[in-house]
Design a protein around this ligand. Structure first.
Ligand SMILES: Nc1ncnc2c1ncn2[C@@H]1O[C@H](COP(=O)(O)OP(=O)(O)OP(=O)(O)O)[C@@H](O)[C@H]1O
Ligand SMILES: [Zn+2]
Ligand SMILES: [Zn+2]
Length: 799
């Protein structure tokens, strides 16, 4: 038998299959198995991606060394997926294969020094633990090691560490008859209190054994010491039983969650389309466009039920799940033990356990964030992507995959429907529904028959402020006071995205824009310039407003902490919970804050956009947006879409139950279309409007995009290489294809590297994929000159 292996070295030369002979005594090797193989001087980990009986290779194949796991960690579906994906996202296949596994299973290599001669063997250097070369700092020791290597008395080896640990608990078995225990009891001295207690317990519970250690400890005063002693004395046998860590243990069943909801007409209508597709195994894609609070979750859960009834399993994706602990609780209360969750809020051990439950077919529903799209779930009958517009579904680093694209691939593989749900679908998805590629299903009303909340816009250029305040207008403060007086709750969002710095005039509201592109200019501190990231236009950082000459210009930046202080001064005694990256870093903090708010332990929830989506608190009647402008002028063609989406989503948190909701949006740009359209929360109108803008500007979804970035230590090298790539690429492309740049990236220097980028916008380019692979290949050769090329297919961000 011959195994085709992808080895764990992410480089162009190794990005192919290597063949190894499988020795008979090795046991079962399957597609998807993790193995160890000899590779030059090292032993490497790799994945089996194919099996064959013959080989084209002329020489003698080396032997596989070891199969790591009893059950191959990857299914043959995932192995196949890795190949197609590698082709599409310009990533090495090994990077994708590793991404498919829980982080804890990715191998770590340690460089160690081992003795190579009898003389060396006796040296004190080699006594004890293996000598970790990365940890040696002593100069004398380094010199000594060099000497040993030169004289061949020692050699370097690579030790693979496996961090994945299975959690176990002891189970105890009886190994004597009841009579024998009685006579042991009688033979014990009177002062051997603990031992007598133990034996008595064994006699009394004779018929209940075997018992877990925790069961015994809960019922007696016995501890590990007495149990271990009993094993030593031959009174008991013990076995280690594998245990799963249960990340869902705190999502206890809540009564109000499992109450049966009667579906409304629109929900039923949607399911009338979805359920038949589940039954006949049709890989159809549905776009479920439902306003905020329209009960999309209920549609997902019913569709999942229907899938389980068909004997198939379901995969449900939600944005970084910690965002919606409520959603997890809801799914959990519906499907109980059959559910596994996967997201970055779990400890590595918990992820590993959940993942193994999935791999062993012990669960039927998987709920998870982006990387859960690779869950080794088999027999999938339905995939759901909630909040499908979320940009977090695209991984920003290598491998740059989009969970939606992976889900589409898997839906075709399994012949199962895919539901994309959102109140504000991505323009691309909505456009595909327009063309009939996806089937559009709509929930145009809120589930509780309540109307969408009323939205008021506060123009910050004319706003009044209570003494000394700069962030909260008097209107906002008064509205907050009113709600709190009525014992209702408030959500306040400070929309601060990324690093964007833009120049804004406090006098006239002017924002500095590119004359060619209608995009805001970004401040570059290192070059002292305001730059356009599309066309490369640049100008000096102004000292006064170019529009009205006022000196009152600002490079905006307020933070949640500052607003928190303002709230404390304005509304003493009001209980405020702050939720942002700083307050949620600790594990479980997110859920704690949301639970506290849900229990009305606070009046105001103040946070960044992480509070904008998915939350369902019936007592929230006011939503305030402190500053709607921060995302508006990002140098991205989709800044408008993002702003509309964010404002509509956060507005949707108000008035979701009986009480009517109100929304106040503070902005310097009340005239901006994204803001105006968010006021009516009319997605369909926004879609029509924004499609015209995209059409006029040759942006997606009318054009496909690929971003090629070049990074180098020296700025001129990055620029030169980027120009070279453009010069090589452009003549090979179609007339109608637009190649923009090269321009320096917004953060033109990151980790001491300069970035230059080229944006290719095209309608149809049959050869582009192959050309880009060629660029990637030749880029590999430049690596030694410190140049790196990244290729991002359909980038979410072009900055
Ligand atoms: N048929 C129904 N009858 C009554 N209430 C319902 C019904 N369906 C859903 N609900 C309730 O309506 C509220 C909103 O539902 P859900 O959270 O699913 O909305 P959503 O569409 O996901 O909204 P968003 O996009 O804002 O997250 C929930 O509290 C849910 O329990
Ligand atoms: Zn001005
Ligand atoms: Zn420009």
């Amino acid at each position: 038998m011959i195994a085709q292996v992808i080895v764990d070295v992410a480089a162009k030369q190794t990005d192919r299959v290597f063949e190894y002979h499988v020795p008979k005594e090795l046991g079962k090797v399957e597609i998807g198995s993790r193995v160890f193989v000899p590779f030059g001087p090292r032993k490497l980990q790799g994945f089996v991606v194919g099996l064959n009986t013959t080989s084209q290779y002329q020489g003698k194949l080396k032997d596989l060394l070891l199969v790591v796991d009893e059950m191959p960690p990857l299914t043959s579906e995932l192995v196949k997926l890795s190949k197609d994906l590698a082709d599409n996202i310009y990533s090495y296949r090994i990077s994708i294969l590793k991404t498919m596994l829980p982080r804890i299973m990715r191998a770590n290599y340690r460089k160690i020094l081992v003795p190579n001669s009898a003389k060396a063997q006796k040296m004190s250097l080699f006594q004890g633990d293996p000598l970790d070369l990365t940890k040696i700092t002593d100069i004398k020791q380094i010199a000594a090691i060099r000497q040993l290597l030169r004289s061949n008395d020692a050699k370097v080896e690579y030790l693979v560490e496996n961090k994945a640990r299975v959690k176990t608990e002891n189970e105890y078995y009886l190994c004597k008859t009841k009579k024998e225990y009685v006579s042991i009891y009688e033979s014990l001295r009177a002062n051997a209190v603990k031992q007598k207690q133990l034996i008595m317990y064994l006699i009394e519970n004779f018929n209940h054994f075997p018992l877990m250690q925790s069961q015994i400890e809960n019922n007696t005063h016995l501890n590990t010491v007495s149990l271990t002693n009993a094993v030593k004395k031959g009174w008991l046998n013990k076995k280690q039983i594998e245990k799963y860590r249960d990340p869902l243990s705190d999502y206890s069943r809540k009564k109000n969650l499992s109450k049966k909801i009667k579906l409304n007409k629109d929900q039923k209508e949607a399911l009338n389309h979805i359920v038949p597709a589940i039954k006949v195994k049709k890989p159809r894609i549905f776009l479920l466009e439902g306003v905020t609070g329209s009960g999309k979750t209920e549609v997902y859960l019913n569709a999942i039920s229907a899938t389980l009834k068909e004997g198939r399993n379901a995969l449900m994706m939600v944005p970084e799940i910690s965002l919606t602990p409520q959603m997890v609780a809801q799914v959990k209360s519906r499907f109980g033990q059959q559910v596994a969750v996967l997201h970055s809020g779990l400890s590595e051990g918990e992820v590993y356990d959940e993942w193994r439950r999935i791999r062993r077919n012990e669960v039927r529903v998987v709920v998870g964030a982006r990387s859960a799209v690779f869950a080794p779930l088999e027999n999938i009958g339905l995939i759901v992507i909630d909040e499908e517009h979320e940009s977090s579904y695209k991984q920003e680093d290598n491998p740059r995959y989009h969970a939606r694209d992976v889900a589409i691939w898997r839906s075709k593989y399994h012949y199962c429907p895919l539901i994309l749900g959102s109140a504000t679908p991505s323009l691309g998805s909505r456009a595909r529904a327009q063309k009939g590629v996806y089937q559009l299903l709509r929930l145009p009303h809120r589930a509780n028959k309540q109307s969408l909340p009323q939205v008021d816009i506060v123009d910050l250029k004319k706003a009044n402020y209570t003494a000394g305040q700069v962030d909260l207008s008097t209107e906002m403060v008064n509205a907050i006071k009113q709600r709190i007086a009525k014992n209702e709750q408030v959500i306040l969002m400070l929309n601060r995205r990324g690093f964007a710095n833009f120049m804004l005039c406090r006098e006239c509201g002017y924002v500095m824009k590119c004359p060619n592109c209608d995009l805001s200019l970004t401040m570059h501190k290192d070059t002292n310039k305001m730059q356009c990231h599309y066309c490369g236009y640049a100008t000096a950082i102004p000292e006064k407003c170019p529009n009205c000459q006022s000196k009152k210009i600002r490079f905006l930046g307020t933070g949640t902490q500052k607003v928190m202080t303002e709230l404390n001064q304005l509304l003493p005694g009001t209980r405020v919970l702050r939720m942002d990256v700083d307050t949620t870093r600790r594990k479980g903090a997110f859920k704690k804050i949301l639970d506290a708010f849900g229990n009305h332990e606070a009046d105001i929830l103040l946070g960044t956009q992480m509070i904008a989506k998915g939350l369902d608190f019936p007592n929230v009647t006011l939503v305030g947006v402190v500053n709607a402008d921060t995302g508006l002028w990002l140098p991205d063609y989709n800044a408008s879409e993002r702003t509309f989406e964010l404002l509509t989503q956060v507005a949707g948190r108000a008035g979701r139950a009986q009480k009517k909701g109100e929304v106040i949006i503070q902005t310097f740009n009340p005239g901006h279309d994204a803001v105006k359209l968010a006021k009516t929360q009319d997605y369909e109108r926004f879609y029509q409007y924004e499609m015209r803008v995209r059409h006029a500007g040759n942006y997606p979804p009318y054009f496909y995009t690929v971003l090629v970035s070049v990074a180098a230590k020296k700025e001129q090298n990055a620029a030169r290489e980027a120009f070279k790539i453009k010069k090589w690429l452009q003549p090979k492309l179609h007339q109608s294809t637009i190649v923009l740049g090269p321009t320096p990236s917004a953060i033109s220097r990151l980790k001491n590297k300069y970035y230059y980028q080229i944006l290719v916008k095209y309608k149809k380019e049959d050869n582009l994929n192959q050309l880009l692979h060629q660029i990637q290949d030749s880029a590999q050769k430049m690596k030694k000159y410190g140049l790196t090329v990244y290729i991002d297919n359909e980038p979410e961000r072009i900055m």
